[in-house]
Design a protein around this ligand. Structure first.
Ligand code: C5P
Length: 303
C-alpha cells in the first residue's frame, strides 16, 4: 500500500557563495561560459508548500509575492511539463537578501521544485528536474544538488566536490541595487575580464584532494564591472580589512562580499567589528557550509 499524499512540505533553501568565479567568454546564444565553485551555506529561506487547487505564492517580503517570484514560475513550469492540474499554496520566509549574489531566488525555486515533486507525488527523475531547473536560471540546478560543486557551462554543468569543513564565512551585503543586475553585469564584461578557468580548476583539484581553500584563487570576473557600475562599493574591501578580515572576495555578481576564516570566534569578532563600523550601511552574516540532507542524487551533465 502506498503512503497517503502529504498535505504540506517544508524545505530549507540555503544561500550560496561562489568560491571564485571565472568567465571564459561569450557564447553564440548570448550567455557566457563560466567556471565557479558553488558552496551552499547555512543562511536559509524556508519554503512551505501546501496542497491547493490553484497556484499561489506568498512571501515574507511583499515585493516578492505572486507570479514574479521564481517559485511561481518553477511550479508553473513543472505543471506544464507533467501536464497536471494540482496546485499549491506556497509561503516563502526570506532570510537571504534579495539580488545580492547569494542565489536566494534560485534556491527558493529549487526548493519549490523538490517540494512540489514530493507534494504532488511525481515520478519525475532527477535529471529531468535538473533540466527544468536550468531553464529557470543558470544556478538553479546547483541548489538541487547543494553542498559544494564545480560549476561550468552557464553554471548548470555540475560536478560535486567534497563537502568542506572547518570554514566560517563573514558575509557583508551592502544596500546596492542595480536594475536587472545579473544581465547588466554580464553585458558590462570586457575581453580583459575573461580568463580560461585555470584558477577554478586548480581550486577544485585542491578541494578534491582535501587541501585547504587557496585564497589566491578566489578572484571573481565581476569585480571590475561591479565597481565601475557601483563606485560606492570601492571602500568596502578596506572596511572589511580594518575589521580583521584576512581576505575579501565577491560572491556571484555581488554586491555581497565575504571573508573566510577557520575559527567561528574569529568570524564573530570580524562580524561584530563590521556591524559597529557600518551600522545600517550593510547587513552582516556569519555562516558555515550547509550540508543538504537529501541532495538530488548523481551528477548532472546536461544530458
Ligand atoms: O540564468 P539567469 O536567469 O540567472 O541569467 C540572467 C541573465 O544573465 C541572462 O539573461 C544572461 O544575460 C546573463 N547570463 C549570462 N551567462 C550566464 C548566466 C547568465 O550571460 N552563464
Amino acid at each position: 500500500m502506498s503512503n497517503p499524499p502529504p498535505i504540506d512540505i517544508t524545505r530549507q533553501a540555503p544561500a550560496k557563495l561562489n568560491l571564485g568565479l571565472e568567465v571564459l567568454g561569450r557564447r553564440d546564444d548570448g550567455y557566457h561560459d563560466l567556471a565557479t565553485i558553488f558552496l551552499a551555506v547555512d543562511l536559509c529561506d524556508v519554503v512551505t508548500l501546501t496542497r491547493s487547487d490553484r497556484l499561489d505564492v506568498r512571501c515574507s517580503d511583499s515585493r516578492l509575492e505572486g507570479e514574479a517570484n521564481l517559485v511561481w514560475q518553477a511550479l508553473r513550469l513543472l505543471q506544464r511539463e507533467i501536464g497536471i492540474a494540482s496546485g499549491a499554496r506556497v509561503v516563502v520566509q526570506k532570510q537571504i537578501p534579495d539580488a545580492a549574489g547569494l542565489g536566494g531566488a534560485s534556491s527558493d525555486a529549487a526548493a519549490a521544485l523538490l517540494g512540489a515533486r514530493e507534494l504532488w507525488q511525481l515520478a519525475i527523475p532527477d535529471n529531468r528536474l535538473a533540466m527544468l531547473a536550468g531553464t529557470l536560471g543558470s544556478d538553479v540546478p546547483f541548489f538541487l544538488l547543494g553542498g559544494c560543486a564545480l560549476g561550468r557551462g552557464r553554471g548548470e554543468l555540475l560536478e560535486p566536490l567534497p563537502f568542506p569543513t572547518g570554514m566560517w564565512f563573514v558575509i557583508v551585503v551592502p544596500p546596492v541595487h542595480l536594475p536587472r543586475k545579473t544581465a547588466t553585469l554580464y553585458a558590462a564584461l570586457r575581453p580583459e575580464d575573461f580568463s580560461p578557468g585555470d584558477r577554478i580548476s586548480a581550486q577544485a583539484r585542491r578541494l578534491r584532494s582535501g587541501q585547504a581553500l587557496d585564497p589566491a584563487l578566489l578572484g571573481n570576473a565581476f569585480c571590475r564591472p561591479l565597481l565601475d557600475l557601483a563606485p560606492a562599493l570601492r571602500s568596502l574591501p578596506d572596511a572589511m580589512t580594518r575589521a580583521g578580515a584576512p581576505l575579501v572576495a565577491l560572491s556571484g555578481a555581488g554586491p555581497a562580499h565575504y571573508s573566510v576564516v577557520d575559527d567561528p570566534g574569529h568570524a564573530a569578532r570580524i562580524a561584530a567589528n563590521l556591524r559597529a563600523e557600518m551600522g545600517n550601511g550593510a547587513t552582516v552574516f556569519v555562516v558555515a557550509p550547509w550540508q543538504t540532507s537529501s541532495p538530488v542524487a548523481g551528477r548532472y551533465d546536461g544530458a
